[in-house]
Ligand binder design. Sequence first.
Ligand code: PRX
Length: 656
Amino acid sequence: MSDSTIESVLQEQRVFEPPAAFSEKARIPSMEAYQKLYDEAAADPAAFWAKLAEQELDWFEKWDTVLDWQPPVAKWFVGGKSNISYNCLDRHLKTDKKDKTALIWEGEPGDSRSLTYTELHAEVCQMANVLKDMGVRKGDRVGLYMPMVPEAAIAMLACTRIGAAHTVIFGGFSSEALRDRLNDAEAKVVITADGGFRKDKPMGLKPAVDAALADNAVPSVTNVLVVQRTKQAVDWTAGRDVWWHDVKPDASTDCPAEPMDSEALLFILYTSGTTGKPKGVVHTTAGYNLYTHMTFKWTFDIKEDDIYWCTADVGWITGHSYIVYGPLSNGATTVMYEGAPRPSNPGAFWDVIEKYKVSIFYTAPTAIRAFMKMGDKEPNARDLSSLRILGTVGEPINPEAWMWYRKVIGGDNCPIVDTWWQTETGGFMLTPLPGATPTKPGSATKPFPGILADVVDTEGNPVGVNEGGYLVVKHPWPSMMRTVYGDDARFRRTYWEHIPPKDGQYFYFAGDGARKDEDGYFWVMGRTDDVLNVSGHRLGTMEIESALVSHPAVAEAAVVGRKDELKGEDVYAFVTLENRYSASDELKTELKQHVVKEIGAIARPGEIQFTDALPKTRSGKIIRRFLRNLASDEEVVGDATTMEDQSVLEKLRQGS
Ligand code: PRX
C-alpha cells in the first residue's frame, strides 16, 4: 500500500452496520450471536469443531480424538474416515439438491454450460474411473494444469474421490515451473487441456505439458489426460496421452468414494515464500473439508437459492476452497468464469452477474480498482439488484476501492466481507460475518469463530492498540497446513520459529503486518517479508532473482516491489551485468521474457534497472529496503552508513 493509503486507512472512521433487513434473515444475525459463537469456540475449540463436524459433514467412521496437537503438528478428527468428494456430491443426491444446479460455467467466447449435482457426480465418477484405469491409486499425486472449465473442478473431485491428491498448477505458469512442481509432487498423471481462452484468444496448455515432460524430465508421469477445449492442433505422444472425450463414453458413472483417514493427504498447492523454490503446502482431508464448509456457510450466509460467483482461478487456493469445495460441500450453486476483466470488454463481469442473477460476488481488490478506473457507466447500465453480499480477497483493499465497490456495485445495500487468509490457512481467518459485523472500509474486521488471532512483537507479546506488529494465530484450526510437502524442517522454520514459542504457546507466523484498533478490528498492512503481491498473485523475490540470474548476461539481481496503483505492487528488478554484456533496451526485453519463460507471465518484471553495483552491507548483504525506496521514488530511509560503498546509492538514484 502507498503511504497515502496507509494514512487514509489510519484515519478511516466510517462504520457501516449490516442492513437490518439483511440481519433479520441472516444465519448469524447480530454481534451478540457472533460473540457467543466466538466465546464458545475460544473456551473449548475442540468441542466447538467436533459439534460442527458431527452436524455438517457425513462420515464413514467417526473420529476417536478431535485434536491431537503436538506443536507445530496438528491432527484433527483422528481415527475418522470421510471423503470430501462424497460430501460435495453424493450426500446431496439423497436430497432435493439432486436436480439443483451445482455448477454454472461461463466460458469465452460466449460458451456456457451448467451441471446439476447429479450430472456433476456422474462426470466426476467417470473421470475417477479413467484415473483408476491409468493406475492411479489412493495416496498417488495427480497434477492439474487446466483452463477455467468445468473439467477442472471435475478433475479435482475425481482425484479426491479415489484418495489421490491433486496438485493444481495455475495455467499461467511456464513449462519450467510446471516441471518443477510435478517433480516435487512426483505426479503420476497430468490432467490438462489442449488450451484455454485468455482474453478472447486461445492459448496453449498441452504444449507446455509436452515441454515439461520432454526427455523424461518428470519420470513419475505415465499418462496425460487431455480435455478438448480450444480445438487447437496439439502434438501427441502415443501411449502416454489420452483424450478425455475418447475415454469418457465408456467410463462408468458409478465410482464409490474411497473412505479416507481424516489426516490423509488431500492436496498440495505450491506457493511462494521468502527463500528457495516454491513450497508445496499440504492440506488434509477432514479438517479442510469442515473449515471451508463452515467459513463458506457463515461468511456468505448461504441460502438455498443463492447464486454464488467467485472470480478466482482454480489454480489458487481461493479457487480450491471457494469455487469448488466450500460451495459444493454446502450444496450451493457456484459460477465458474473463464474470462478476465479487460478494457476491451469493460462490462463482462456485470454481464455475468445480470445473466445469472448472481447474489454473492467474491473478487479481488485489483479487479475492483481496474473497474473503478473504467468508470460507473458499465455497472450502472446493468441490473445488479440480485446482489446481496460482496466479498474481497488477496491483498489489502484501499478504502476508496471499498467505497466504490459498496456504492456502485452493491447499491449501498450489500455487506462487504473483506476476507483475510492464505494458501496455508485453507480458509478465511479474519472476516466480517455479513449479518453481524459492522464493517470499516479497509479492515478485515474480526477473527472467524475458533480462530485465536493476534498482533504481536518479535517475542510474541501483544502490541498496543493501533501499534503495528506481526499477525499470528495462537491455536490450531482444522484447515491449517500440515507441512511443506517433503520438508517438515522448512515448515517449522517458516511458520513456527520466527516468533519463538513461549511458555508452551506457539505462534503461527503469517508473514503479514497488521494492527488492531480500539474496537479490536484487524487492519492487515501487507507482507513483512520478501514476498510480493502483484494483482493478488503471490510471488517470491528470490524466485524471480534466480530466474534472472539463470540468464547468461546477469551477474546479480535484486527484486523488490514497486507500488502500483492498479496491481498493488509491481515487480522491479535491479540487475548487474556480466562484463561482456552491455545494457540496452533489447536486453531488458530479453530478460523480462526470460522471467516469463522460467516462471510465467505473472512474474514479468514491470521494470528492470541496470546498475553497476547493488547497495550492500559490509558483510555483503543486499540492502533491499533502500532498493524498495528507490523503486517507488521515495526518499531512502534508514541508516546508509552501514553500506560498504556509499556512492552506490547516488548512482542508483541517477538511474544507473
Ligand atoms: O498478504 C496477505 C494477502 O495475501 C497473502 C496470501 O496469499 P495467498 O496464499 O496467495 O492467498 C491469497 C488468497 C487467500 C496474505 O499473506 N491477503 C490475502 N487476503 C487479504 C490479504 N491482505 C489483506 N487483506 C486481505 N483480505
